[in-house]
Ligand binder design. Structure first.
Ligand SMILES: *[C@@H]1O[C@H](CO)[C@@H](O)[C@H](O)[C@H]1NC(C)=O
Ligand SMILES: *[C@@H]1O[C@H](CO)[C@@H](O)[C@H](O)[C@H]1NC(C)=O
Ligand SMILES: *[C@@H]1O[C@H](CO)[C@@H](O)[C@H](O)[C@H]1NC(C)=O
Length: 421
């Protein structure tokens, strides 16, 4: 409704537009008073011939105990209707639906979410009078976990619970509230390699935190298939990973140098979204002086810390979140199967529009070995892509036989964003 969100740094500041929002709240309050009174009037005047007690009141109006019984019934009904109205009001107000009056809500969460007036009063340009820290509206669905997340000793060490935060994010509770505690760290002194030799130096097990993870070492992770795009992907000295983007294994693999030569106006800044890997795309790009931000969560592995240890930029963000970048800032966006958000087709559409938004006109969108579960999915995806009117600089789609002998549909493409007027 009458609220605007502004992205500031890593958080979202929510401002309430006083005029519209409070008038909506006033109307609701007024409505609530009128309905409550009507209800009371109705309850007092309405006589139901089948109700014995109403009859009794009419016939013996002096029976006090009966009257008080009746009054308490009416009060109960008024109370119920008021609660219902309060619920409706909260639903209308969106994220403020987190019911802070609920028992067991952490005091720290209440404090964080309390709106605070602007220090200099009403902002004449925006009409905003107060500011509120934000938290994802879906947090309402996981208030118990959120309360657990916001229960800690202020200024003390944070609980060792990053996986709890990530669990909340994966449930749509994003952004998370800020906390006033000191996050647990591992001691990284003595092991930082200078850039760019850091790009391909193995990352030691002691450099990352393993709490909340099944594996406790990189060799354990390397023995697992973590995702379609991460098999043995922490092994930088051998295997597929150091060949990727510089040597093609199939016609679906494009080489980084070929792609860079297609970026007519130059490529300096890129975003790797849903790459699902350990930052190799960003590493290969870094060698070519292109800065790439890698979006990653720590699903089953310490991706963020691993990428950072290589001297690359990990962005801890789920793909359900609007990208925290302004329009048209990237020259290149690289996406792999991790882009597959599943679920309803609109989900992928929201994501595609956001990718389009942050890509500059003339910039490249590299769809890399995108796995389409079936022909129908391929059709939906290609239809969606074509709707943006990108120029197809490269387009390879077809079946690929996997190790088990099963044929699977893949799409790789280099697409150039058109100039729109
Ligand atoms: C008043 O109503 C109650 C409940 O119906 C009944 O038990 C009681 O006998 C009544 N008293 C008189 C004085 O009518
Ligand atoms: C990387 O893979 C090679 C060959 O598969 C293996 O010898 C080496 O130990 C692996 N390194 C790590 C860190 O897992
Ligand atoms: C990257 O930049 C460095 C320093 O400016 C330069 O020496 C190097 O040749 C550049 N590498 C590429 C691949 O452009």
């Amino acid at each position: 409704m009458g609220s605007v969100s502004l992205k500031i740094g890593d958080g979202t500041a929510r401002f309430r537009r006083a005029t519209f929002c409070s008038s909506a709240a006033n109307i609701l309050m007024l409505l609530s008073v009128i309905i409550t009174n009507l209800f009371a009037l109705y309850a007092f005047t309405y006589t139901n011939p089948t109700t014995h007690s109403t009859d009794a009141v009419r016939h013996s109006p002096n029976n006090i105990s009966l009257v008080s019984e009746h009054v308490s019934l009416i009060l109960k009904q008024i109370d119920a209707s008021q609660k219902k109205l309060a619920r409706m009001e909260k639903e209308l107000l969106g994220y403020e639906s987190i019911d802070l009056s609920r028992p067991n809500i952490a005091a720290e969460l209440k404090l964080y979410l309390q709106p605070h007036p602007l220090p200099l009063g009403k902002d004449s340009r925006s009409g905003i009078t107060e500011m509120a820290s934000s938290v994802g509206h879906s947090c309402e669905k996981s208030v118990d976990l959120l309360t657990q997340f916001t229960t800690y000793k202020v200024s003390g060490p944070c609980p060792d619970d990053w996986s709890l935060g990530q669990k909340l994010i994966l449930r749509g509770c994003e952004p998370l509230p800020r906390r006033r505690c000191l996050a647990k760290m591992v001691n990284k002194i003595n092991v930082l390699h200078p850039f760019p030799s850091s790009l391909w130096k193995p990352v030691g097990d002691k450099m990352v935190q393993w709490s909340g993870l099944g594996c406790k070492s990189f060799s354990c992770l390397n023995s697992k298939q973590l995702s379609r795009d991460c098999v043995n992907c922490f092994n930088l000295t051998n295997g597929n990973e150091n060949q990727r983007y510089v040597r093609a294994r199939s016609k679906y693999d494009f080489l980084i140098d070929d792609v860079l030569s297609m970026g007519s106006a130059g490529i300096r800044l890129g975003f790797d979204v849903g790459g699902g890997g350990s930052g190799n795309f960003a590493a290969r790009m870094a060698e070519r002086n292109v800065t790439v931000v890698t979006a990653t969560l720590n699903v089953d592995a310490p991706f963020s810390e691993f990428i950072a240890a290589r001297g690359l930029f990990p962005l801890y963000l789920s793909l359900d979140h609007r990208f925290p970048f302004y329009d048209g800032v990237f020259d290149l966006i690289h996406a792999a199967s991790g882009l597959d958000v599943g679920g309803r087709p609109e989900k992928l559409e929201f994501l595609m529009f956001d990718i389009d938004r942050v890509l500059r006109a003339g910039g490249l969108f590299w769809l890399d070995n995108f796995y389409c579960a079936d022909e129908e999915k391929k059709k939906a995806l290609t239809g969606l892509i074509e709707q943006f009117g990108y120029k197809k600089l490269k387009w390879v789609v077809g079946d690929r036989v996997d190790k088990a002998g099963k044929s699977q549909v893949y799409l790789s493409a280099i697409l150039q964003k058109p100039v729109r007027v």
